[in-house]
Design a protein around this ligand. Structure first.
Ligand code: NAP
Ligand code: MG
Length: 398
């Protein structure tokens, strides 16, 4: 390798997977060069979360990062890890610094049948990875308080809107924002991704209720599509459609798949887990953050698989699916190879993906996939995580 990959290590079970994947599937085959950032919660606490910012800046500098799942602390985690505060979501911080869009796409293996019988093709989800509740100002209001949206310019108050008068009792308030430039680049990333993958774009929001906020998203998408993409879409035989988000959900379930579903930040967070699970397992969903200036951060869509980690700590052998985390590595290695013109690196990434899929397709897999596997003449075998990694390694060496 020429340029280092930005490596962002993480927490719990996925940190264990991370070490295993590197040791068993990458290091023996690739002259790996990384710039290492430890985003594990202990080190985030130690560095006052500075390490997260540094890793994002390194991604801006080098262009390609691979990230392990990390804990977003809540009150329980503050006690568990003895934290000085509830650090913000590292993914939120990285997305805020890089801007950009998260694309998630299920990893399909022969024999793994989706729960939604009609889904024949992958559904890619584009999650707008900027603003909304992930960078909100929140306040818990007491009885008798009043909350407003106040807008100032040059120290002068321009507007004041009452959100809620809490004279009847306490409650909560949330202030969220988004920006024209971020929504525009979200729309462009979606249309570009759709053109390169030849997928129609479905976008849904709630502009009937949120006329100003969601209406703003809807109008920007419509304008960018009409002025910049319509002709190219028509030539490619694909289309763009907007409907209310609840209608999109219903249509997606009835569809055969094969579209890019553009989602606002929160919808993308929730719906990508739904879609991933419906295709089989959270362990089979890949994810990449693409910034408007072409920086890439690859990761698994799932979290740190805490329940398995606690079993691991008790000395049990777990059967945690490493596939989405392997895809984070192969995605990053492939992109690095592409950017630095190292065809061997790209070829290795594809070979590792094939070795992984062929291992599953020949009946060897982790426990989450067993109930989904249906292939004539093959009885699936449940392996522990390390047995599965070894099995992939043998397939890779062949
Ligand atoms: P999770 O880690 O995704 O796991 C939820 C459940 O999904 C697991 O208990 C497991 O089910 C199943 N699962 C997920 N990934 C799997 C895999 N690779 N192999 C097998 N089963 C898998 O979500 P969570 O438990 O809600 O969150 C745990 C921590 O992760 C939290 O601290 C959260 O902040 C963090 N998180 C991080 C990211 C990120 O960094 N991108 C994303 C989401 C959550 P069974 O227990 O039934 O086997
Ligand atoms: Mg989520």
């Amino acid at each position: 390798m020429k340029t280092p990959l930005v490596e962002m290590d993480g927490d719990e079970m996925t940190r264990i997977l991370w070490g295993g994947i590197k040791e068993i599937l990458i290091s023996p085959f690739v002259d790996l060069k990384t710039e290492y950032y430890d985003l594990g919660l202990i080190n985030r606490e130690k560095t006052g979360d500075e390490v997260t910012v540094q890793s994002a800046l390194a991604t801006k500098k080098y262009g390609v990062a691979v990230k392990c799942a990390t804990i977003t602390p809540n009150a329980r985690r503050v006690r568990e890890y003895n934290l000085s505060k509830e650090w913000k979501s590292p993914n939120g911080t990285i997305r805020r610094l890089l801007d950009g869009t998260v694309f998630r796409s299920p990893i399909l293996a022969r024999g793994i049948t989706p729960y939604v019988a009609g889904w024949q093709k992958p559904i890619a989800i584009a999650r707008h990875a900027f603003g909304d509740i992930y960078d909100a100002a929140e306040y818990q209001a007491s009885k008798g308080e009043r909350a407003y949206i106040v807008v100032e310019k040059d120290g002068k108050e321009l507007s004041r809107k009452l959100i809620r008068d809490f004279s009847d009792g306490e409650g909560v308030v949330q202030g969220v924002y988004n920006t024209k430039s971020s929504i525009e680049s979200f729309a462009r990333s979606c249309f570009n991704y759709a053109l390169s993958e030849k997928l129609p774009v479905w976008f849904g929001a709630k502009d009937t209720v949120s006329k100003v906020y969601d209406g703003y998203f809807k109008d920007i998408f419509a304008r960018i599509y009409e002025t910049e993409y319509k002709t190219a879409f028509e030539n490619a035989g694909i289309y763009y459609t907007y409907t209310l988000v609840d209608d999109v959900v219903a249509r997606v379930v009835r569809s055969e798949g094969g579209m890019l579903w553009a989602c606002k930040n929160y919808d993308g967070d929730v719906m990508s887990d739904m879609v991933a699970t419906a295709y089989g397992s959270l362990g089979m969903m890949s994810s990449v953050l693409v910034s408007p200036d072409g920086k890439y951060e690859y990761e698994a869509a799932h979290g740190t698989v805490t329940r398995h980690y606690y079993a691991h700590l008790k000395g049990e052998q777990t059967s945690t699916n490493p596939i989405a985390t392997i895809w984070a590595w192969t995605g990053a290695l492939f992109k690095r190879g592409e950017l630095d013109n190292i065809p061997e690196l790209c070829a290795f990434a594809k070979r590792l993906e094939r070795a992984t899929l062929s291992t599953v397709e020949s009946g060897y897999m982790t426990g989450d996939l067993i109930p989904l596997f249906r292939r004539q003449g093959i009885t699936p075998v449940k392996l522990t995580t390390s047995e599965f990694l070894q099995k992939i390694s043998s397939a890779l060496s062949r």
